[in-house]
Design a protein around this ligand. Structure first.
Ligand code: NAP
Length: 311
């Protein structure tokens, strides 16, 4: 059905109008699933909308007039961003500013997502929201600029910083491993970058439950909850450890062949963009403010395998 028709039909709904931007991405798809049946939803991505086109983005938001904007769109090609900084900045920093301005204008709630790559990875323990960012890459710098633009516009907003996002579809480490595992007998995987693999479906579910509580008045005025929160699965591992966990499940649950895995250091696998060694984010603030915890990365991985088995 034509989106405009959907909008018109839904105008009279008493439920909040929801706009999901970046709806074809990993998180966007899961947000659509999480919100299915909850009321009028407009879900858009390229090529229907290009969020780097300011006039188009503003017009689209005004036309759909959402109560809640979920911005799952991003320029996420971390290495390519090193050679496309302007485009990465336009998607990751400028567009969120425009969404924040439009949200402020209509008193809508803006949910925006950011990344562990805003940090330089040098801290010994988990990163807090109050720690000073120091991105090592263009991608990290543009995502930090996006956080700052949303926060400086103000209004009703939440920024969820997450890490190592994956799921049963889309471009991600899990699906790359499963493909490479069938193609090769041996894989070398970086073992000195640590973080918390986090599934898109858990991010979407947590977003939905926090937004519902906010809309229901549970957390009071925006001044008491608007802000930046870390949101990842609990526990941590390296990319090598994540690969081991993937192949042990793939062999057990999917009957896939397991390649020989060799741990290597970052220096043995040079990439255009530098990545943080320690990407672990503390979720204490999220837990304290909203009573939300995503669960362990291992159980989230089990859940994704259950989905893969069912497909
Ligand atoms: N993936 C991770 O490991 C990771 C880690 C930490 C934080 N995050 C953050 O989590 C959020 C969701 O990430 P994700 O993994 O779901 O990203 P994703 O799968 O790459 O999805 C992003 C979506 O945004 C779309 N998009 C890009 N440029 C656009 C434009 N100019 N106009 C409209 N749409 C555009 C993409 O379309 P195309 O595919 O056609 O470009 C894609 O559908 C992002 O804020 C990301 O920075 C991700």
């Amino acid at each position: 059905m034509d989106e405009d028709v959907t909008q018109d039909q839904d105008r009279n709904s008493t439920q909040p109008r929801i706009l999901i931007v970046g709806s074809a991405g990993q998180l966007g798809v899961e947000l659509q699933k999480s919100y299915a049946g909850t009321g009028p939803i407009t879900a858009v991505d390229l090529p229907t909308i290009d969020i780097t086109n300011e006039a188009q983005l503003r017009a689209f938001i005004r036309e759909t007039d959402p109560h809640i904007i979920l911005n799952a769109a991003a320029y996420t090609a971390v290495d390519r961003a090193e050679s496309e900084p302007e485009l990465a900045y336009a998607v990751n920093a400028e567009a969120p500013r425009i969404m924040a301005e439009e949200s402020l204008r209509s008193n809508a709630l803006l949910i925006h997502y950011s990344t562990d790559y805003v940090f330089d990875g040098t801290k010994a323990g988990p990163w807090l929201e109050t720690d000073t960012p120091n991105p090592l890459s263009v991608y990290g710098a543009t995502k930090l600029a996006g956080e700052q633009s949303v926060a400086s516009v103000g209004g009703r907003y939440l920024i969820f910083r997450t890490s190592w996002v994956y799921g049963s579809h889309g471009k991600n480490f899990l699906l790359t491993m499963l493909r490479l595992g069938q193609e090769r007998d041996q894989l070398s995987i970086v073992d000195d970058q640590i973080g918390a693999p986090t599934t898109a479906n858990l991010l979407a579910a947590a977003t939905r439950s926090i937004v519902a509580a906010i809309q229901g008045g549970e957390f009071g005025e925006a001044a008491s909850w608007s802000g930046l929160y870390h949101m990842t699965c609990s526990g941590s591992t390296s990319w090598f450890g994540f690969a081991q966990a993937i192949f042990s499940r793939a062999s057990r649950m999917l009957g896939a062949k397991t390649p020989t895995l060799t741990p290597i250091s970052t220096s043995a696998y040079p990439t255009p963009a530098q990545r943080p060694h320690n990407s672990i984010l503390s979720n204490e603030k999220l837990n304290r403010r909203f009573g939300v915890a995503l669960g362990t990365w291992e159980s989230a991985l089990d859940d994704v395998f259950a989905v893969l088995m069912a497909e």
